[in-house]
Write a protein that binds this ligand. Structure first.
Ligand code: BG6
Length: 493
C-alpha cells in the first residue's frame, strides 16, 4: 500500500541526520516504489542552499548510505526542495507557510504535511508553536503529523514539559516520537519469535527463565560528538531509550491485537513495573565506566577525556551495565542485565535469554551445571538472526555433554533485504501508523526509572566512574553484577 500524497518537511535539513539517514531511507523507499506519486521533500535550515545545491548534497548521502542496491534515484532527487530561513524566528514562519502552500499546489500533495524535527532539541518546543501560529497543526484540510527525534528530554521533568508543550498544539495521534531501535527488523521480529511460536512462549516467564541479558556494544568512540556526549552520556543516549525498549519487548505481555494501541499499552505496562533503584543503592545495581586510551587492533586510540569537545576531567559515562527487576507476575525475581558502551571490542546488539538449568544434573560436574542452561540468543545486529544453544552428548564412552548451536542467519534467506530502521519508520508515519513510535507515557515511564540513577551520580561523587581500556568489555566489576559464577556472554566477532 502506498501512502497518501504529501510533503515531508524536514527541519534541520542541512544537518547530518538528513544526509546520512533520512534521505538514504527515502531513496530506498523510492527504489521500491513505496513513495506516493505526488510527493516532495521540503528541506529547511539556516544554511543558504539552492535546490540544486541541496540535491547535490543529498545525492552524495543517498549514494553513500542507501542500502537498497540498484535503481536510479534521479526522479527522486527532483522531488527535493530547499528553503532557507531562521527557524527560531516566529515572524519568518509566514514566508515558510507561503512557500509550503506554493509547493503543495505545484505538487498536488493534497495539503498533507509531515513535519520532521531533525533539529537540536532546543527547537522541539518552539517549532510546534510557530507551526500552530500559521494554522499548520490542525488535521483540517489534510493530515498534519510531527516526527520528533531523540533525545526526548534529558530527565523526567524536561520530558514531561516537552510532552505538555507538544500536546498544546498537536494531538497525541499526530505526534511520532522516534526510537530508531523499534524500526529495526530484528527488533520487530522479537514479537514474532515470542508470539507466533508455540515452543517459546510457554517458557517465557519466571518459572523457566533464569535471567535476561541485553547488550548493545559499539567499537567506536564518541568521534565528533564529544560535546553532545558530555551532556548525554551512555545512560541518556542508549539506556533510557533503546535498551529499555528492547527489554520491554522481551518482557511485555501478548498484545490483544496487532495495533498501535494494544502494543504500546503493553510496552508502557512493563516500563511502569520497573522496580525503582533506591538512590543509596545505585552502585550495587549500576556500573558506569569511561574508556581510557589504549591499543585497539594494533592502533593507539584516544581515551574519552582526550576526545574533541570533552572536558579533560570529565566524569561522563561511556559505558553502563545494570541489573534491574520487573515487578509483575511474569517476571517476579528474574534479573535483567543490560549493558552498553563505546569502544568495546566489537559492534553487536543482542538479547540472551538464559533458561533455568535442568532441575537435576544427571550428567553433572560443576561445568555441566552451567552448560545445561540453554540460551536463546536474539541477534539484533549485525549478522541478524537467532541462535539456540543446547547440550548434546559427546559421541563415545560415558555421558559427556557439550554445547551445540542451532543457528539461523537472516543473510541465508533468499530475499534477505532488511529495510533500514529509518526506512521502515518513515514509511509507517506516512501511512499513519504509530505502532513503532514511542508514546508519551512510555517515554515518561522510562525517565521515571532512570532519573534517580542520574541524580545519585550527580549528588554522590563517591560513586565510581571506572576507567576501562578502549577495546575491552568495560570495567571488570560489571561481571560482579551477575549473580553466582556466571558472567556476561562475550560475543565473538
Ligand atoms: C544513537 C546514539 O541513538 O544510537 C548513538 O545516539 C549510537 O550514540 C546509535 O551510536 C547506535 O545505533 P545503531 O543503530 O548503530 O545501533
Amino acid at each position: 500500500r502506498k501512502p497518501e500524497n504529501h510533503i515531508l518537511v524536514i527541519f534541520g535539513a542541512s544537518g547530518d541526520l538528513t544526509k546520512r539517514k533520512l534521505i538514504p531511507a527515502l531513496a530506498d523507499l523510492h527504489k521500491q516504489q513505496l513513495l506516493p506519486d505526488r510527493f516532495a521533500v521540503l528541506g529547511l535550515g539556516r544554511t543558504q542552499l539552492s535546490n540544486d545545491d541541496f540535491r547535490e548534497k543529498m545525492k552524495e548521502g543517498a549514494s553513500e548510505f542507501s542500502s537498497k542496491e540498484g535503481g536510479s534515484i534521479d526522479d527522486f532527487l527532483n522531488k527535493l526542495h530547499y528553503y532557507s530561513f531562521n527557524t527560531k524566528e516566529r515572524a519568518e514562519y509566514a514566508g515558510f507557510r507561503e512557500k509550503l502552500e506554493d509547493l503543495d499546489a505545484e505538487v498536488g500533495s493534497g495539503s498533507n504535511f509531515i513535519f520532521y524535527l531533525a533539529t537540536p532539541p532546543s527547537m522541539y518546543s518552539l517549532v510546534p508553536q510557530f507551526l500552530a501560529d500559521q494554522g499548520l497543526n490542525k488535521n483540517e484540510k489534510g493530515f498534519r503529523r510531527l516526527i520528533v527525534e531523540k533525545p526526548f528530554g534529558d530527565n523526567l521533568e524536561s520530558a514531561q514539559k516537552l510532552n505538555a508543550d507538544l500536546l498544546e498544539f498537536f494531538n497525541e495521534e499526530q505526534i511520532y516520537r522516534i526510537d530508531h531501535y523499534l524500526g529495526k527488523e530484528t527488533v520487530q521480529n522479537l514479537l514474532v519469535t515470542r508470539f507466533s511460536n508455540g515452543i517459546f512462549e510457554p517458557l517465557w516467564n519466571r518459572n523457566f527463565i533464569h535471567h535476561v541479558e541485553v547488550t548493545s556494544s559499539e567499537d567506536i568512540g564518541v568521534g565528533s560528538r564529544g560535546s553532545y556526549y558530555e551532556e548525554s552520556g551512555a545512560m541518556r543516549d542508549m539506556v533510557q531509550n533503546h535498551l529499555l525498549l528492547l527489554s520491554s519487548l522481551v518482557a511485555m505481555e501478548p498484545p490483544t491485537l496487532v495495533n498501535a494501541e494494544s502494543i504500546r499499552n503493553e510496552i508502557v505496562k512493563v516500563l511502569q513495573s520497573l522496580r525503582p533503584i533506591p538512590k543509596d543503592e545505585v552502585d550495587e545495581y549500576v556500573i558506569r565506566g569511561q574508556y581510557v586510551s589504549s591499543k585497539m587492533r594494533g592502533k593507539d586510540v584516544k581515551g574519552y577525556r582526550e576526545e574533541d569537545g570533552v572536558d579533560p576531567k570529565s566524569r561522563r559515562e561511556t559505558f553502563v551495565a545494570m541489573k534491574f527487576f520487573i515487578d509483575n507476575w511474569r517476571w517476579a525475581g528474574v534479573p535483567f542485565y543490560i549493558r552498553t558502551g563505546k569502544m568495546l571490542p566489537t559492534r553487536v546488539t543482542e538479547i540472551v535469554i538464559h533458561f533455568q538449568p535442568t532441575p537435576h544434573h544427571l550428567f553433572s560436574d560443576d561445568q555441566a551445571i552451567i552448560r545445561q542452561q540453554n540460551q536463546l540468543v536474539i541477534r539484533i545486529q549485525p549478522d541478524e538472526g537467532l541462535l539456540l544453544k543446547f547440550g548434546m552428548k559427546v559421541p563415545g564412552a560415558g555421558f559427556r555433554v557439550q554445547d551445540v548451536n542451532m543457528d539461523f542467519h537472516y543473510s541465508e534467506l533468499a530475499d534477505s533485504y532488511l529495510p533500514s530502521a529509518y526506512e521502515r519508520l518513515l514509511l509507517d508515519c506516512m501511512l499513519g501508523d504509530p505502532t513503532l513510535y514511542s508514546r508519551g507515557d512510555a517515554v515518561e515511564a522510562a525517565w521515571k526509572f532512570i532519573d534517580p540513577i542520574l541524580k545519585a551520580w550527580e549528588e554522590q561523587p563517591c560513586i565510581k566512574v571506572h576507567g576501562y581500556p578502549a577495546g575491552t568489555w568495560g570495567p571488570e566489576v560489571s561481571d560482579d553484577l551477575i549473580e553466582g559464577n556466571m558472567t556476561w556472554r562475550y560475543p565473538c566477532k
